[in-house]
Structures are given as C-alpha cells and as structure tokens.
Design a protein. Sequence first.
Length: 262
Amino acid sequence: MILIAAESGVLTAEGATYCCEGLDVNDAAEGLICAWQGLYRLEGGKLERLSERRCWRLIPWDDDVLASLEGPLIFSARKGRALADYRPYAKGWFFFHGEPHITDMAQYKGQYVAGVEVGSLLMGPTPLELRPLEFSEDIHNLLPLGGRLLVATASGIYATEGLSRFELKAEGYAHALARAGGAVAAHVMAERPVIVSRDEGETWRNLGLKLPEPAFGTTGLLCEGEICIYSTSETYRLDLRRAAAEKLFGPHPMARRVVKIG
C-alpha cells in the first residue's frame, strides 16, 4: 500500500484518509507514525505515543524500526527507548525549527551512513555507532548506487565514491532521491521540479513538467520502474520515460513523504 504522510494526517494513494488527521506526519511504517508531535504506535485505529520528541524518519533495522528523533537521537520502536544519542557530536549543527536531526540513513560499502539537518554526514558500522565525517551541509536524502553515494541537500545533489571528495552534480534545493528503473529521480524547489539522471547522478535533465512545487521538508517521490508517485499539495502519477504527468487527486495537505508499507 502506498501512503502519503502529510502535514495533517496520512492519505492513501487514492486520496482517502488513512489515519492521524491533525498530526504533522513526516514518515510512516507498518503500525508506526513519525510526526512533528512525536513517535506513535498505530493499532486498531488508535494512537499510542512512544516519544514526545519530534520524529523525522523511520529506519528498518534487523527486527526493529529505528526512529530518528530531534537531538539527534535514535529511538527503538520495539524497545521503547533511545539507543543512541548523537548530541555530543552536534557542535555546529542546527535546525531552524527545533533541534538538528537525522533525515535519512542508508547502507554504503558495508557501512551505515546518515545525514543531519543541518550538520554532518555520519558513518559507522551500525546505526548506533555513527561518527561525523568532514562533509557538512543541509542534508535531506541519501541514495547508494553501487560504489557511488548521492546526497540531496539544500545546495543541490552531490556525488561521492569514497566519502572523502564530494562533487556537486545538480543545483537547487533538492529532495527525494528515488531509484526509477535504470534511472534516478529527484525533485527541486522549482515550478518544474522533477529532474532525472540516467548515468547514476553524473548528469541531470529536467523533465519540464509544470507541477505544484515541493515545500521545505517534502520528500514527495516514490517510484516503481519509471512510473512514480509525485506528491506535494496535489498528487500525480508520472511516467518518466514519456515525461508525462496525470493528476490523481488534490489539493490536499502538503505531503511530507510518500511511502510504501506492507
């Protein structure tokens, strides 16, 4: 099932309300809601708050789901407590609306990497043993592609092949790195927001589709092959190969993230 975590609740891909009206939801997983108001367990249509700290991202790990909470902290949904506290490394990190936080995490070359908004790229053998690297930015999304890692930031999309040298490959306030068959899709804050790379992020082409712009904090792309769901204040089905867009529904509360559960 495809869900749209939004600034007021969670919607289905058909536009129906799934849950949580009134919560500003950043991410969702099976039985979990990650929101500005905290981390919640969702069971039988009822919400139980597990943490009052602002929640930004849900990360599957072994038999658990880790929640990225402001701080930054890493919280275990299964154990109901924080497992890692990265505040001791947060010198120079900041966020305009609260505390800095981990926005995304991925496995790259046998290590875990994570990005802080606004702060360092982190690396370590597990999500609980991360340490800062020299690269620092307003980091939004990470996408490993074999030996290459793409990093979407407020300045644009960077590529690295060793975590020591980072090259800016596309400019703009970038979010939502998504595999799309043999391509990679992303969006920037622009009237024509969707950009596509067919060479692992080396070069990028704007699809030229005029769509509702993403807001700050919107990660509004989910792709299966070259068919994508794009969601901001309206939701569209995109065909990247044909550079075509079909409106599905909207307007609706601003999307924070498009996710697939189940």
